[in-house]
Design a protein around this ligand. Structure first.
Ligand SMILES: CC(C)(COP(=O)(O)OP(=O)(O)OC[C@H]1O[C@@H](n2cnc3c(N)ncnc32)[C@H](O)[C@@H]1OP(=O)(O)O)[C@@H](O)C(=O)NCCC(=O)NCCS
Length: 185
């Protein structure tokens, strides 16, 4: 889905562009994912698993094209200049009729931009997009030790509905549960 870009304002009054991204942004997106995944264990991959070579960029272009070509899915990024500093993805959980009403989201902000209200802005944007797209519910998974993200999701109206024990095991052997959250749209 391609939406018109819009200007947003952070808590400190700084303005940023919010843009729906596509294949042309594949390199910028991987650079963003690489940093966020290096800076925290809260993402699904380690930073060294987010490759930045030509093959990875090509694969990411194809993934972005699929999302861009869909009327009910999208990737929405906040740019500071030419750099993606935050992103939210809205995807359909499954296209079959019984589950077509469910979407899921994935969210991240580069750490130097945390606490500026950008995560909340992206969540609001994704919720509005999902409602317009006709979804009836939004779901997500969050690591049990990611207290800030859980606080943000609760603020946005999500409730916890499940917990998968030891869904993640860090390289040092630490097991972490995944909390699953849901919001009616
Ligand atoms: C989680 C994340 C997206 C939040 O982004 P952000 O731009 O810093 O978020 P905002 O500034 O909009 O909002 C922060 C909200 O978190 C919550 N929060 C902050 N500190 C908190 C704490 N100590 N305890 C509980 N909730 C807290 C509050 O709801 C707060 O909103 P408020 O300031 O209006 O009270 C960001 O920290 C991030 O990208 N982290 C690394 C990757 C990640 O964890 N992604 C989510 C994977 S599920």
């Amino acid at each position: 889905m391609i939406l018109d870009s819009t200007t947003i304002t952070s808590k400190t009054g700084k303005e940023f562009r919010l843009v729906s991204i596509g294949p042309d942004n594949a390199g910028q997106f991987l650079d963003f994912m690489h940093q966020v995944s290096c800076d925290t264990h809260f993402m699904s991959r380690y930073g060294d698993e987010v490759k930045l070579d030509e093959a990875a960029i090509q694969a990411e272009k194809e993934r972005q094209k699929t999302l861009q070509d869909s009327d009910i899915q999208g990737m929405f990024s906040i740019f500071d200049g030419n750099r993606i500093i935050g992103n939210i993805a809205v995807r359909q959980v499954c296209c079959h009729r019984k589950t077509a009403h469910r979407c899921s989201i994935g969210l991240g902000i580069r750490k130097e931009y945390h606490g500026l209200g950008l995560g909340s802005i992206l969540m609001d944007y994704a919720i509005n997009f999902a409602k317009e797209a006709g979804y009836k519910s939004m779901e997500l998974g969050v690591l049990s030790d990611n207290i800030i993200a859980q606080g943000l999701y609760k603020k946005m109206g999500f409730t916890e509905w499940g917990r998968l024990p030891e869904a993640f095991i860090l390289d040092d052997g630490t097991p972490i549960d995944e909390i699953t959250m849901y919001r009616k749209l």
